[in-house]
Write a protein that binds this ligand. Structure first.
Ligand code: R5P
Length: 285
């Protein structure tokens, strides 16, 4: 097995290479003066099992992923597994108005035409994998989050909405602590409101877990509810730290702790999902 890292996923690819004891292919990834991408893979991949690791976000990284797939296929490998740690456009999984695309479907189809298999991590809506042209599976980064949370010893796990309950229960099971969820309504891309709901957090150390933190609005509203109900410590952890428009600066003053995994590289990427990914790759589909 050999790993081809895209420029958006170099940290995770290095960790994965160590976990699997598999080499990283030597690649050249650069941009032409007009902004178009250039990729070149120097290793001979003929007959090999190749794992490409690259986010489909932001848009230039999606193009780089398609170029990497094409470059890999030129070598006639035995298998190509495309790992998309953070799948851009996954949240646009429906047509809300006439004339719109189903963006998640468009990306899934294009990213799976020239690959043997697709692996995603904590995909916002896993049903979009049904649009894949190749076998596709989603794995969870929550065991990695649970490992990192041990150091903080939380005694309660909170899901900020019903959608992340499955994630919160994985973490709570790993840590052996209680959990609950809040009820969130999203008014628009930047605004969320939380329905008042009693949760058993008085005097507790709470960790909020979610798949994505984007604007930070969800975590800020959830933190307010937890503090109002007597939580003594509130931190947040997510798989994908998207952190749009200064979210880290907004979150740091209201939280006691914050971290994300290395699916997106930023200053909060404290824990790697390489262990979970290596397990998935070793299991095969
Ligand atoms: C949505 O349901 C997701 O699970 C996250 O809760 C959401 O993407 C977070 O967005 P924001 O940080 O902008 O509130």
């Amino acid at each position: 097995m050999i790993i081809v890292s895209g420029s958006a996923s170099t940290d995770l690819s290095s960790q994965l290479s160590k976990e699997l004891d598999a080499p990283l292919a030597i690649t050249e990834l650069k941009r032409f003066p007009d902004g178009e991408g250039y990729v070149r893979i120097h290793d001979d991949l003929a007959g090999q099992e190749v794992v490409i690791v690259q986010n489909s976000y932001p848009d230039p990284n999606l193009v780089e992923l398609l170029l990497l797939q094409d470059a890999v296929m030129e070598y006639k490998p035995a298998r190509v597994i495309t790992v998309v740690p953070y799948f851009g456009y996954a949240r646009q999984d429906k047509k809300f108005n006439q004339g719109e695309p189903i963006s998640a479907r468009a990306l899934t189809r294009h990213m799976t035409r020239f690959t043997t298999e697709l692996i995603t991590i904590d995909l916002h809506e896993t049903s979009i994998l049904e649009w894949s042209d190749s076998p596709a599976r989603n794995i969870s980064g929550m065991p990695a989050i649970a490992r990192a949370l041990k150091e903080y010893a939380p005694d309660f796990i909170l899901s900020p909405d019903k959608g992340a309950v499955d994630l919160a229960t994985i973490v709570a099971d790993h840590l052996g602590c209680g959990w609950d969820y809040l009820e969130k309504t999203r008014l628009d891309g930047e605004t969320v409101v939380m329905k008042a709901k009693k949760v058993d957090v008085a005097g507790k150390k709470v960790a909020i877990v979610d798949d994505i933190i984007a604007t930070g609005g969800t975590i800020i509203r959830a933190t307010e509810q937890l503090r109002d109900q007597g939580a003594t410590y509130v931190m947040a952890a997510c798989t994908h730290g998207l952190f749009t428009g200064g979210a880290i600066e907004r979150l740091n003053p209201v939280l006691d702790g914050l971290f994300s995994t290395d699916t997106l590289m930023n200053s909060t990427s404290k824990v790697s999902v390489a262990v979970e990914l290596a397990d998935a790759l070793q299991q095969k589909n």
